[in-house]
Design a protein around this ligand. Structure first.
Ligand code: GRF
Length: 220
C-alpha cells in the first residue's frame, strides 16, 4: 500500500526533493499525486514536473479572498486523491475551516524547536537569543500558525561562529531527514493525530518524538 500524498510549496523545494529521493530509493511507501504552489515560478514545481508528478500553480491574486483561494486549492488537492498533505515551504497561512477539514491529514515542517519561534526568521532569532540549540519540527497543522501538535523534532547545536546562513544550511540537512522520517511514519500508520495529542504506535505521546541517528523516529 502506498499513501497518496500532495505537497504544497512556494519556493526552492529541497524538502520536496528529499521526499522524492527517498521514494525513488524505494524507502518511502508513498505516491505523489500532486505538487501545488501559490507561485508559478517556484523551482519546486519544475523539479516535480521533471519527475512526472502532476503539478498545479494557482495565483492568490486571482481570488477575491484568502479563503476563496484556499478553498479552490484544497478542492484540487482533494480531487487529486491525496490522503496526506505536506506543507514543505508553503509560505501562506491557510484558512481555519479548510485546515479543520484536513485535521490529522496535513503536516508542516518548520525550522525551529516549536513552540519556540513560530513565524519567520527563526535562525536569526535563535542566534539573537543565544540559544545553545536550534532545530526543526514537523507538526500537524491546525488553525493556529505553527501551533499544531508536534510530531517530531531534529536538534543541532548552535556554534559560536554561526550566522543565519551557516545555521540554516546545517539545519536544512536535518530537516530533510526529519520530513522523510515523519512522512514515512505516517504512511506506515505509526504516527497519527488523536483527540489532543500525537499518537505513536497507537499510544499518546506527551513530548515530540526525536530523530535518531539512523533517521528513525524515537520517543523521548
Ligand atoms: C524550510 O526551511 C522549511 O522548514 C520552511 O521553509 C523552508 C523550505 O525550504 N518551512 P525548501 O523549499 O523545502 O527548500
Amino acid at each position: 500500500m502506498t499513501l497518496p500524498v500532495a505537497v504544497l510549496v512556494s519556493g526552492r523545494g529541497s524538502n520536496l526533493g528529499a521526499l522524492m529521493a527517498a521514494r525513488e530509493a524505494g524507502k518511502l511507501p508513498i505516491q505523489f499525486v500532486l505538487v501545488a504552489s501559490d507561485k508559478a515560478d517556484a523551482p519546486a514545481l519544475r523539479n516535480a514536473e521533471a519527475q512526472g508528478i502532476p503539478t498545479l500553480a494557482l495565483d492568490p491574486k486571482s481570488y477575491a479572498t484568502r479563503s476563496a483561494f484556499d478553498e479552490a486549492l484544497f478542492a484540487r488537492v482533494a480531487e487529486s486523491g491525496a490522503e496526506l498533505v505536506v506543507l514543505a515551504g508553503f509560505m501562506r497561512v491557510i484558512d481555519a475551516a479548510v485546515v479543520d477539514a484536513w485535521r490529522g491529514r496535513i503536516v508542516n515542517i518548520h525550522p525551529s524547536l516549536l513552540p519556540k519561534y513560530r513565524g519567520l526568521h527563526t535562525h536569526r532569532r535563535a542566534i539573537a537569543a543565544r540559544d545553545a540549540e536550534h532545530g526543526a519540527s514537523v507538526h500537524f497543522v491546525t488553525a493556529e500558525l505553527d501551533g499544531g501538535p508536534v510530531i517530531a523534532q531534529a536538534r543541532i547545536p548552535i556554534h559560536a561562529g554561526d550566522d543565519e546562513e551557516t545555521l540554516a544550511a546545517r539545519l536544512l540537512v536535518q530537516e530533510h531527514r526529519l520530513i522523510v522520517a515523519c512522512v514515512d511514519a505516517i504512511a506506515r500508520g505509526r504516527v497519527s493525530l488523536g483527540n489532543a495529542t500525537v499518537h505513536w504506535n497507537g499510544a499518546p505521546v506527551m513530548q515530540p518524538l526525536r530523530l535518531g541517528a539512523e533517521g528513525n523516529l524515537q520517543p523521548t
